[in-house]
Design a protein around this ligand. Structure first.
Ligand code: COI
Length: 355
């Protein structure tokens, strides 16, 4: 149990127009901060006014990227209360990431307590317009000033919050995806299953290439044979072929997404066959050409459920479901967002009330 000190701002910011939030543009009035010192553990949990950090220019995170992050959201329900979606899953994933990145673990109950305390303080920042939420970004950075390559002796755990709307400009309209066959995101034994900044830094060159060609995101292939589909830039990816739903196995190179996991649970409950066997890009493209590729969608906390209307692989351009949102994609979106925003009963037990 954390003992949190509160130092609240005397100069709250003007809140942005909830109808024009976009993603990750505005930040709330406060941040959660906690120190870690080797031999002492986590200490000095506090919620303080949002402000620039003062860290040493030699801080290890700035040089060797020893860090991890998470993403989850707080939702405003129709009765005005606020809830989180499966926050303990983010806490568990951060433990796995931190282990791989040699970062200190944060117990699940402390992670969830910190997120709840932060959201309570920032309750007026949780928007109520349709499809808006407060995006919560917990992260750990290594702060020791040292230029030798080894784990740091000191760290900071922080939480910042950003009121957000849709992640993609397209909103719930289908996005176009470019299948990357040059760069790779992850290889077995690497960090693909973690949420570390380096994974995203390494994806940027490919994202720029895709944007220049008119595509919103990249679909990554496996890093060894460049033969099997893995995940999309900021989302896991699902394919409905002949009634069966395929998504890449989380065997070390794919991020174990909380929305991915929730979609699999819902799909199984609805009686669908979900295959987590590897799917070859050639078979996917062939299914598209034969008219057997019924729907494609991405899943993620930021992106929610995002229909994919076009896939480009080498010289093949496949249009999915006439560039329309598929029936199952829509049903998943309606069910998940219905539970998240408290519009339908949560019979999966996925939500945690904050206030
Ligand atoms: C999320 O969906 O929460 C993510 O972390 C994706 C992101 C990098 C925006």
């Amino acid at each position: 149990m954390l003992n949190i000190r509160y130092e609240l701002t005397k100069t709250p910011k003007t809140k942005p127009d909830q109808k024009n939030l976009s993603f990750g543009k505005y930040y709330t009035d406060h941040m959660f901060v906690m120190d870690y010192t080797e031999g002492k553990g986590w200490h000095d949990a506090r919620i303080v006014p949002y402000a620039p950090l003062s860290i040493d220019p030699a801080a290890m995170v700035l040089h060797y990227a020893q860090e991890s992050f998470e993403g989850l959201k707080a939702y405003r329900t129709p009765d005005g209360s606020i809830q989180l979606f499966r926050p303990e899953k983010n806490a568990e994933r951060m433990i796995n990431t931190n282990k791989r990145m040699c970062l200190p673990a944060l117990p699940v109950e402390d992670f969830v307590q910190a997120v709840k305390a932060f959201v309570e303080v920032e309750k007026d920042w949780v928007p109520s317009e349709p499809e808006t939420s407060l995006y919560i970004r917990p992260y750990v950075i290594s702060t020791e000033p040292h230029l030798g390559v080894r784990p740091s002796n000191t760290y900071l755990f922080l939480i910042i919050g950003s009121p957000v709307g849709a992640y993609y400009e397209e909103g719930m309209n289908p996005v176009k995806i470019f299948v990357e066959d040059e760069y790779v995101r992850a290889t077995p034994g690497g960090t693909g299953f973690t949420k570390c900044g380096g994974n995203y830094a390494a994806s940027l060159a490919s994202q720029i290439k895709a944007h220049d060609l008119g595509y919103s995101q990249v679909l990554w292939l496996d890093g060894v044979e460049r033969k099997y589909v893995e995940e999309v830039g900021s989302m896991n990816c699902f394919f409905k072929i002949d009634g069966t739903i395929y998504t890449a196995p989380t065997v070390g190179t794919v991020l174990p997404g909380v929305i991915r996991m929730s979609c699999i649970e819902l799909l199984k409950k609805w009686g669908y066959t979900v295959s987590e066997n590897r799917l070859a890009i050639k078979d996917l493209i062939q299914a598209g050409k034969d008219g057997r590729l019924e729907e494609v969608f991405g899943t993620g906390t930021a992106a929610v459920i995002s229909p994919v209307g076009e896939l480009r692989y080498e010289d093949d351009v496949i249009t999915v479901n006439d560039f329309k949102t598929g029936e199952l994609t829509q049903k998943l979106y309606d069910t998940l967002t219905g539970i998240q925003w408290g519009k339908i009963p949560d019979d999966m037990g996925w939500t945690t009330k904050v206030l």
